[in-house]
Write a protein that binds this ligand. Structure first.
Ligand code: FE2
Length: 248
């Protein structure tokens, strides 16, 4: 069994198309998208349509912070926008069709996949954590923090996104995977990325796949469509780092 885990596309269609082309070549059995299809990027609607258009691979999409903000701004906690973010939020929401908004706001918060050959063992998927879509659990979090992610005894592997920095860590015989970000990485590498989980004959492997694409296509799209804050966005995308100067 092969499972592709994608996260945090953030309206970046060019990055998503590059990743989906690679996923097709990898012949996966299941694809899981860990939320943030939209928010802080130029082509949210196009990303939703591309994800909903996947037909040959069993695909599950779960709710991220960007989607929860559309559903109920008050529930998204510290994601509530300041004035700059508010302009971007309004601009993005206006560009989403009613159908896309309905789809995004009805997504589930988690997903589980049965592990082959491991009686009852499961992979659990979340956007940020089992408890909400906004919690920050960093790659260097202490083991006891990662252990809390295993909320069911059947969970052997937990995958999450949200922090845009991919990693895999082994904690007490179990595994935590952060899928990184397809469309807005913050690990200093501007390539799109996703994780490929493979299971065969009682063995499993966790492969971080880095996929090159032309980030200028996305930046130019943001300029052409009049996305608010585009210069900060362009710098963030080229450096693949969170722009600290623009933080709240
Ligand atoms: Fe995100």
């Amino acid at each position: 069994m092969r499972v592709a885990v994608l996260s945090d596309i953030h309206g970046n269609l060019a990055a998503l198309q590059a990743v989906l082309a690679d996923v097709r070549e990898q012949k996966v059995d299941e694809l899981v998208v860990l939320g943030d299809l939209v928010s802080k990027g130029p082509e949210g609607n196009e990303v939703v349509e591309a994800i909903r258009g996947i037909s040959r691979t069993r695909t599950t999409v779960i709710m991220g912070g960007g989607e929860e903000l559309l559903a109920a701004p008050g529930r998204a906690g510290d994601c509530l926008p300041n004035s700059q973010r508010l302009a971007l939020y309004i601009w993005e929401k206006e560009r989403l069709t009613e159908e896309s908004i309905q789809y995004l706001t009805a997504l589930p918060y988690s997903h589980r996949v049965l592990l082959p050959g491991d009686a009852g063992g499961q992979i659990a998927f979340y956007h940020a954590s089992p408890w909400n879509t906004v919690e920050i659990i960093n790659p260097d979090a202490p083991n006891h923090v990662l252990e809390k992610l295993f909320v069911r005894t059947e969970d052997r592997i937990v995958c999450y996104g949200h922090i845009h920095r991919p990693f895999v860590r082994f904690v007490g015989g179990r595994v935590v995977v952060n899928a990184g970000s397809v469309g807005q990485p913050f690990d200093g590498d501007p390539r799109a990325c996703y994780f490929l989980l493979s299971f065969q004959g009682g063995r499993c492997s966790f492969e971080l796949r880095k996929i090159p694409y032309d980030v200028n296509v996305t930046i130019n799209m943001a300029r052409r469509t009049g996305m608010p804050g585009v210069e900060v966005y362009a710098e963030m995308m080229r450096n693949a780092m969170y722009p600290l100067a623009s933080q709240d």
